[in-house]
Design a protein around this ligand. Structure first.
Ligand SMILES: [Zn+2]
Length: 216
């Protein structure tokens, strides 16, 4: 069995989970919803979006275990056993949110304006902030508790990750159980700034860099 044969069903199952069926929020003009994730499910099922193993991590940023590469519409995972633990499931959902934005910014949806696809000038960190909020909200629906944050973690080393996840958890807590909930612009901007200051994220893009999604 290939690594892909192991990984793809795990990703598809997350996309059809009860937790995903409860997802429905707007952030900075972007709609993150079960309908959007169902489209991601379809794209992966049809092979339009690939799920691949990246054991050496040449497509995954240092310190991360998963990544979505918009230009080649590929979700990379570091292990073929990845995706069973709660944090891994929510990390997959994070990457699937990038896939969702990639589809919605593409020619199939952009003209229609469905799922907030009509917005112009989506930035790399807009996409990133939406994905962190989605990850936190999914974790709550999937596990009935907030994504835990290790407050004893080395502040110097993990301080920015702690700041990102606490802010995302706080925003997600306010969205929980509400359909078509809207993230406050000031909360979104605050999270986006914390992400752009994080060393892992800062090596990938600058604060005003455009997103590389929607190029099909
Ligand atoms: Zn991301």
């Amino acid at each position: 069995m290939s690594a892909e044969d192991l990984l793809i069903p795990r990703v598809l199952k997350i996309l059809l989970s009860k937790a995903v069926s409860q997802m429905d929020f707007w952030a900075h003009g972007m709609h993150i919803s079960a309908g959007g994730y169902l489209t991601v499910w379809y794209y992966i099922s049809q092979g339009l979006i690939k799920v691949k193993l990246d054991r050496l991590g040449s497509h995954i940023p240092k310190g991360a275990e998963a990544a979505y590469e918009g230009l080649i519409h590929t979700l990379w995972l570091r292990r073929d056993t990845y995706g069973s633990r709660p944090a891994e499931r929510s990390a997959i959902l994070h990457e699937c949110t990038h896939a969702l934005r990639d589809i919605m910014q593409g020619p199939a949806f952009k003209k229609e304006g469905m799922y907030g696809s009509k917005i112009k000038g989506q930035l790399h960190f807009d996409d990133e902030a939406a994905a962190y909020i989605a990850e936190a909200l999914f974790y709550i629906y999937d596990n009935d508790v907030e994504r835990p944050i290790d407050m004893n973690a080395d502040e110097q080393k993990y301080g920015s990750a702690i700041a990102i996840f606490s802010t995302a958890n706080e925003i997600a807590g306010g969205l929980k159980g509400r359909m078509r909930a809207v993230v406050k612009e000031e909360d979104f901007a605050d999270l986006k700034q914390k992400i752009s200051l994080d060393p892992i994220n800062a090596t990938i893009a600058g604060p005003t860099d455009p997103d590389d999604s929607g190029r099909w």
